[in-house]
Design a protein around this ligand. Sequence first.
Ligand SMILES: [Fe+2]
Ligand SMILES: [Fe+2]
Length: 309
Amino acid sequence: MELDSNRELQLDRGSTGTRYYRNAVERHWDPGEIDLSEDSERLIEYLQTTEDSDEVFDVVRQNIARFGAGEQAVTEDLAPLATALDNLDDQMFLTTQIYEEAKHTDFFDRYWREVIHTAEDELGYERSSPTDPVWYNDAYDELFERNERAMEALLDDPTPDTFAVAYCHYHLTIEGILAQTGYYGMQQSFAPDSHPELPSLPGLHRGFTKIRQDEGRHVGFGMTKLKELITEDGVDPTLLSETVMELMPLVNGITAEETEQNAELGPTPDELRAYASGKHTDRMEQITDASEEIPDVETLTQLDGAGAD
Ligand SMILES: [Fe+2]
Ligand SMILES: [Fe+2]
């Protein structure tokens, strides 16, 4: 083993990596402890008493399937970054991120077993599967395949540009744009008593609250590393904007279809687009403008809209 003798103690407590690691430990939550019993009751009641509720049920299932598959993909694809990073504090943080992506996967798997299947059984529907290709489209598959390739490139060629491209795929686009906007929209739609035309799903809402806090920290780590790559390693900021721009047609290919189906549900497509582009513009400024700072971890894990509970 190699100990860094330049360090008097093991960890740099002021570093982003170790501070974010501590924040993750202090905010630990267990996806198995979120009470989902009310969700199945509310969903069954809604499906039994609401006209055309099958369409809403399909939207709920498609969203849960996609969130679950996305969390599974990012759980599986993060490990190359942990291998390529050579700073202990960064690695401390990465252990929490891999663990948290696994917890998010766990939550959605549990939701399908305990809420979706329970509702389907009660109503006499055939049990559906979150791995059924019917829930996905080509843009979805392509985006996650590109992410996997961008992460695996770190194993062969861990240059500053390869790191930057990897963070742009994983942290800025998939987590920062696709997931955070999707979670925000779903959480707004199914928050207890916020949209009377939809079932309120309190367990889903609580899970999203926890997941969104974790994702805020993950995105913040990616932003911090990108800023370092620009200021310390000479990465050209246009590489960041070009990489994200290349991926945006895929993100739009996923969300355009979803918003068409969700047209009557929760926030409007325009509201979601404005939310996503506003967040992204702010982040790019914080990364590329030397006079701007990345928000602190407490701010990153605060939620806007549909507050924490
Ligand atoms: Fe996640
Ligand atoms: Fe994440």
